[in-house]
Design a protein around this ligand. Structure first.
Ligand SMILES: *Cc1c(COP(=O)(O)O)cnc(C)c1O
Length: 457
């Protein structure tokens, strides 16, 4: 098929949608290090995780050998309401940049929650319901995860308690109202409703909160209330598993037209969209069947991969969650309040951390003003108002396409456009008013929080 016949949007039929998720760990020689008990420093067993997480999700979390895990029909049916998501050829952006590169993006913003997070939310709610639970608790930062989870819980008739990072609760009242419309209760974190929240408030009066604090609160509530479990929207292996639907659809769409990407780019907060997008491609790379350049993009203000340490650390500020071996800035690291662009988590998926450590992928960090410049350009030329998180990937896709313009190389670039930016207009306002600045933490700042990593022998 000639290149000009590639449509602006490559859709799949319902039949072509994946029927199983792909578990990347099955193809990794060096498996990600296991979650560890914060007190005993022993690898956690299933029975120690089931008081916190749903049983089936624990099984998925610990399964590092089964390559394909069937997607239950109920979840596939929900997926059909908003998937397959389109893979778009960015012809207009290419033309604007004057690049010989071919740019594609996988757009995950076509659902009310506005991001890829619904792919895992619906799976997690399904397994909670199947276990006969009353409800789930969670944290949310910018609000996308909480929104996705409230939609999923409403669909399956589960109660949903969301601890929302205080700064977002105040800056994003509309997201809060979407969650409440779907029936969730939303509490600003840190709060007085939990022991750990009270403690954090006593130690840091006036704190605007962090994902780490909110996680601690949500876990406490889940473990203290019978019939409740805690669910997490990123970082965990199970979340990357569910998000593999992004990469599997992308690969099927590209294969239809015989397209082989050279570079695959995704933004990285906790690593779930990136882990999902790259999964089948990384699988080929690990099996020695193909090679791809894979680039994780993170904010310069929260640079876990590029300036973090590969070590066991807490996933939460309250230090009650399991320890995970990951690239981390330290669980006490809180990104500067002027950081508007999401991706605020101090650590990174254990799977991606291991792959990065073993040289299977690259990482780069970008400053938020340059991210919003890319977002503005993309919105004006491709029509979609991108989420600030997604715009990190746009920035690097544009930079790579501009390099191709210099060298004349016709590389194929695929990036993940994880969501829309309608609820991020306070950040856009700052940018439009010229009030956005960049903040890069000093080496001393990072060293201070890394010094507090748990000592493991
Ligand atoms: C949550 C979110 C991210 C970052 O989370 P990952 O787990 O790293 O994927 C990126 N983009 C959007 C739109 C999000 O909502």
């Amino acid at each position: 098929m000639s290149k000009t016949e590639i449509p602006y949007k490559i859709y799949l039929t319902e039949d072509e949608m994946p029927k199983a998720w792909y578990n990347l760990r099955a193809d990794m020689k060096n498996k990600p290090a296991p979650l560890m008990h914060p007190g005993t420093h022993q690898a956690l067993k299933a029975e120690e995780l089931t008081p916190i997480f749903c049983e089936e999700l624990v099984a998925q979390e610990l399964d590092e050998t089964t390559p394909f895990i069937e997607i239950p029909e109920e979840i596939r049916n929900f997926y059909k309401m908003y998937r397959p998501s389109p893979l778009v050829r960015a012809y207009c952006l290419e033309q604007k940049l004057g690049t010989p590169a071919k740019i594609y993006y996988k757009f995950e913003g076509n659902n009310t929650s506005g991001s890829h997070k619904l792919n895992s939310a619906i799976a997690q709610a399904y397994y909670a319901k199947k276990q006969g639970l009353k409800g789930v608790t969670t944290e949310t930062g910018a609000g996308q995860w909480g929104t996705a989870l409230s939609m999923a819980c409403a669909y399956f008739g589960l109660d949903c308690k969301v601890y929302m990072v205080k700064v977002s609760y105040e800056q994003k009242p509309f997201r809060r109202e979407v969650m409440r419309t779907y029936g969730a209760s939303v509490v600003p974190s840190p709060s007085e409703t939990t022991e750990v929240g009270k403690k954090i408030l006593a130690e840091h009066p006036g704190t605007t909160g962090s994902l780490g604090c909110a996680i601690s609160e949500a876990v406490e509530v889940a473990t203290k209330n019978p019939g409740y479990r805690y669910v997490l929207g990123s970082v965990l292996n199970q979340v990357l598993l569910h998000q593999s639907v992004i990469g599997l659809e992308t690969k099927t769409a590209l294969d239809k037209y015989g397209i082989k990407p050279d570079i695959i780019i995704g933004c990285a907060g906790g690593g779930s969209n990136l882990g999902g997008l790259i999964a089948p491609f990384m699988g080929e790379k690990l099996r020695g069947e193909a090679d791809y350049r894979i680039i994780a993009v993170e904010p310069a203000s929260c640079p876990s991969f590029t300036r973090g340490t590969f070590a066991y650390d807490f996933c939460d500020t309250g230090m009650i969650c399991p320890l995970a071996k990951m690239y981390t800035l330290g669980s006490s690291f809180i990104p500067s309040a002027n950081h508007a662009g999401g991706l605020r988590f101090h650590g990174m998926s254990t799977t991606l951390s291991q792959l990065y450590h073993d040289g299977f992928m690259e990482a780069t960090s970008v400053e938020q003003t340059s991210v919003f410049e890319a977002a503005e350009m993309f919105a004006r030329i491709e029509g979609i108002l991108p989420a600030p998180e997604s715009s990190h990937a746009i920035r690097v896709a544009i930079d790579e396409a501009l390099k191709c313009k210099e060298t004349g190389e016709e590389k194929t670039i695929v990036f993940g456009l994880t969501g829309t930016g309608y609820f991020d207009l306070v950040a856009y306002q700052k940018y439009n008013d010229g009030e956005m600045s960049d903040y890069i933490p000093s080496d001393e700042e990072i060293a201070a929080s890394v010094a507090k990593l748990p000592k493991i022998d």
